[in-house]
Design a protein around this ligand. Structure first.
Ligand code: IMP
Length: 442
């Protein structure tokens, strides 16, 4: 690959298969950077017949020689990061000296986790369906300017001085607002201090390191977590995560200029899924939805929850392309659609008054009542599973991909036809496709 950097973002509601795409490409990059979210993410990578589930550590870790960065815009639970590093080590992945954590990242404390659960419980049927990892409460403390930042991990005395009063405040909130059990603060402090000793050596400013990579002509891969429709500002608010999932946030999170980021590759499944609550216009509540869930093994990597499934939503996808500035798309799990006689794609939305809408509405009450207008396409008679050459795709599958391209307005440059690394093809002759082909096939 040329020395271009590359940005990978989820183009739907997360779980698009970003882990596989990042893994596929990352050997060609000097560095892989996570810039948003925390261990709510679940990126699955299959390598040499083994499966790795990553939550905080960038997917590039599987490749020896790739340096991994956790940037300031992330929320990091110290024990979760230590457990993930230990698990990777026990699976034979070398982590020592390969991970840098921004001293400006925000820490998730055990009381954030408890607050996440208590707040969700109090919302009842209007719950967001969070991953329960304390993501929202930690970002809230960051915005309130009382959050703890990772530099404190290097100083156990100051860490305690800052963490205890904040957790005491959280405990008061837990007790008085939610009638919940307070967290045992001594046990919590013990947990944090033990993890801090392991993580202190990882602290390093991310921006200067990325500028050094670029000055040396080394390309950097940015790995977005979640997806555009879960973005705090542009997703289906309030049913979103608490961070920005858009490419532009990577610059702010890393402390680098936007020119350093490179083209944006959006990852989208050939159909659609979401976990948790919130609008999902093309959702299928029937046997077809069940078939997609079974065939696609649509159960969360982080929580194990069954994912809601539906047809590909081209309105939501085009919206994602526009707000995130996606240059090209990687379509994953095409093989999951094998065997369907006909396929449907949402191409506009109908409002209860009969009018149509061709973009995603801002108001969740409107989003909750729109009906998808579905266009039907023929399924394919021969399987796409494991097909790796574009010319071997059944004609109907190629037509399906062309239909998606026409509706979303950018080319589909990667198609994934199975979970393994080899089950991937690069499509077309755009500059980006040629660069990606060089990486994947070279
Ligand atoms: P939180 O990020 O745990 O606060 O959860 C907020 C919403 O984002 C919920 O609907 C979660 O299911 C969803 N979410 C968070 N992380 C992911 C992810 O990595 N994949 C898919 N959904 C996610």
């Amino acid at each position: 690959m040329s020395a271009d950097s590359l940005m990978i973002v989820g183009g739907q509601w997360g779980d698009e298969g970003k882990g596989k795409v990042v893994d596929l490409l990352s050997a060609a990059f000097a560095a892989v950077v996570r810039y948003n979210g925390g261990h709510n993410a679940g990126h699955t990578v299959r390598y040499a017949d083994r499966r790795f589930a990553l939550h905080l550590v960038p997917s590039g870790i599987i490749h020896e020689g790739v340096r991994c960065y956790l940037a300031s815009g992330m929320v990091v639970e110290p024990t979760a990061l230590v457990s993930e590093m230990d698990r990777l080590s026990s699976e034979g992945v070398s982590v020592e000296g390969r991970i840098a954590l921004s001293p400006r990242a925000t820490l998730i404390l055990p009381t954030h986790r408890a607050l996440d659960g208590a707040r969700e419980g109090a919302r009842g049927s209007a719950k967001i369906g969070t991953t329960g990892r304390g993501i929202g409460p930690a970002y809230q403390d960051k915005a309130q300017r009382r959050g703890l930042r990772a530099y404190l991990l290097a100083d156990p005395i100051r860490l305690r001085e800052h963490a205890l009063p904040l957790m005491e405040e959280h405990n008061r909130e837990l007790k008085t607002l939610f009638g919940a059990e307070p967290v045992d603060l001594e046990a919590a402090m013990q947990e944090i201090t033990t993890a801090a000793a392991r993580l202190a050596p990882l602290l390093d400013e991310v921006g200067p390191a990325l500028r050094r990579h670029r000055a040396a002509g080394e390309p950097v891969l940015f790995e977005g977590a979640q997806g555009v429709l879960l973005d705090l500002a542009w997703g289906t608010y309030p049913y979103v995560t608490s961070s920005s999932c858009l490419p532009g946030f990577a610059a702010a999170s890393c402390g680098v200029g936007p020119r350093l980021l490179g083209p944006v590759l959006g990852v989208m499944k050939a159909y659609a899924t979401r976990v948790g609550g919130g609008p999902f216009p093309s959702e299928l509540d029937d046997a077809t939805g069940e078939q997609l869930r079974e065939r696609g093994a649509e159960f969360g990597t982080t929580t194990g929850r069954p994912r809601r499934c539906g047809w590909f939503d081209a309105v939501a996808a085009r919206y994602a392309v526009e707000v995130a500035g996606i240059d090209a798309v990687a379509v994953t799990k095409l093989d999951v659609l094998d065997g369907f006689e006909t396929l449907k794609v949402a191409t506009s939305y109908r409002l209860p008054d009969g009018s149509t809408l061709d973009t995603f509405p801002a108001d969740p009450e409107v989003a909750a009542v729109i009906e998808p207008v579905l266009e039907e396409l023929p399924g394919w008679s021969s399987p796409t599973e494991s097909v790796v050459r574009e010319e071997e795709l059944p004609l109907e599958a190629e037509d399906y991909l062309r239909f998606l391209e026409a509706k979303i307005g950018v080319p589909v440059v990667i198609v994934s036809t199975g979970p393994r690394r080899e089950e991937t093809m690069v499509r077309g002759d755009s500059d980006l496709a040629q660069q990606l082909r060089g990486v994947i096939e070279g």
